[in-house]
Ligand binder design. Structure first.
Ligand code: AMP
Ligand code: FE
Ligand code: FE
Ligand code: ZN
Length: 281
């Protein structure tokens, strides 16, 4: 039995519905799936229902945008309480900034005469946590770019004319928030961030695990992070980071995390919850 613990839907910048992700997961034979949309848990309710129907274990998750010094980091939260009020209010803040940022980006692009109205981008995004991929899709749809990569290269990358900042939580706040909401905090795709030197500090902040297995990690990269989890006593996680059809073909199925890692996560989560209860009572 295998798991994929890094998946996106159209509730952030993926193209699949939660039901479509689950249908793909079922076809690939997964026993457990986690939804980790950027800065939202909105799709989790539908995904939970679809997983229950298919007999797949479901884990509520989110990929929080965080920072440490000048580094942008993505912190995955797993087993989050979907009704946790501070989690929900912080996610609402992330989403408000994301929506304003899209307006800002479209305004910048319009100065270059290259788009249309913000409404068009929102119609295309149709979610509360929109991101640059939605602007990129609008640029392609309007015929100003021939590919998403071109849209990022010309307009959307940092230091390009339409780039605008998004909300980032300090890594420490993100880890604390995830723990408050009953979850486990995992550093996403460290191989893409190239800032391994921050990992010891994250561990001191309470980081629970590292996403060793990821579509963009080579086997050597994964082995290096596995070694690191042993050194620091961290959990091992993994996932495809599938964004639906946005990268040509769905990535789901490319990473198959043995289910025993999920069982270890469950045990660690129970331990955390028991510890939290013993300090509040
Ligand atoms: P944002 O969260 O709005 O800053 O957007 C970041 C997202 O853009 C990432 O999660 C990727 O899914 C996507 N992305 C980054 N670079 C590219 C690219 N060159 N082509 C397509 N998508 C990209
Ligand atoms: Fe993304
Ligand atoms: Fe990420
Ligand atoms: Zn992701």
């Amino acid at each position: 039995m295998f798991a994929d613990l890094h998946l996106h839907t159209f509730f952030s910048d993926g193209t699949f519905s939660p039901e479509e992700v689950v249908a793909h997961g079922k076809r690939m034979g997964f026993g457990a799936l986690a939804l980790t949309d950027h800065d939202t848990i909105e799709g989790c309710e539908r995904m939970a229902v679809a997983c229950a129907t298919e007999g797949i274990e479901f884990i509520v998750g989110s990929e929080l945008t965080a920072e440490f010094g000048e580094h942008e980091l993505h912190i995955l939260g797993y087993f989050l309480d979907p009704k946790h009020s501070r989690l929900l209010s912080e996610l609402a803040k992330f989403q408000e900034v994301r929506q304003n940022r899209i307006r800002d980006m479209v305004e910048r692009i319009n100065k270059l005469n290259a788009l249309g109205r913000t409404d068009d981008v929102f119609a295309l995004a149709n979610c509360r946590a929109p991101g640059r991929p939605h602007v990129a899709r609008a640029l392609v749809k309007a015929g100003f770019c021939t590919s998403l990569d071109e849209a990022f290269e010309r307009f959307l990358k940092r230091d390009r004319p339409a780039w605008a900042p998004k909300m980032k939580m300090s890594a420490e706040d993100a880890i604390t928030l995830i723990h408050e909401a009953g979850g486990l905090a995992v550093m996403a795709h460290p191989g893409l961030n190239r800032c391994d030197e921050v990992i010891p500090s994250l561990v001191e902040m309470g980081l629970d695990g590292i996403e060793c297995y990821h579509t963009k990690h080579s086997s050597g990269t994964a082995a290096g992070y596995l070694e690191m989890t042993k050194r620091y006593g961290l959990l091992v996680t993994g996932g495809s980071d599938c964004h639906g059809m946005s990268k040509g073909k769905p990535l789901i199925g490319g990473i198959k995390l043995p289910i025993h890692y999920v069982h270890k996560m469950q045990k660690a989560r129970e331990k955390r919850l028991a510890k939290a209860n013993s300090t509040t009572t």
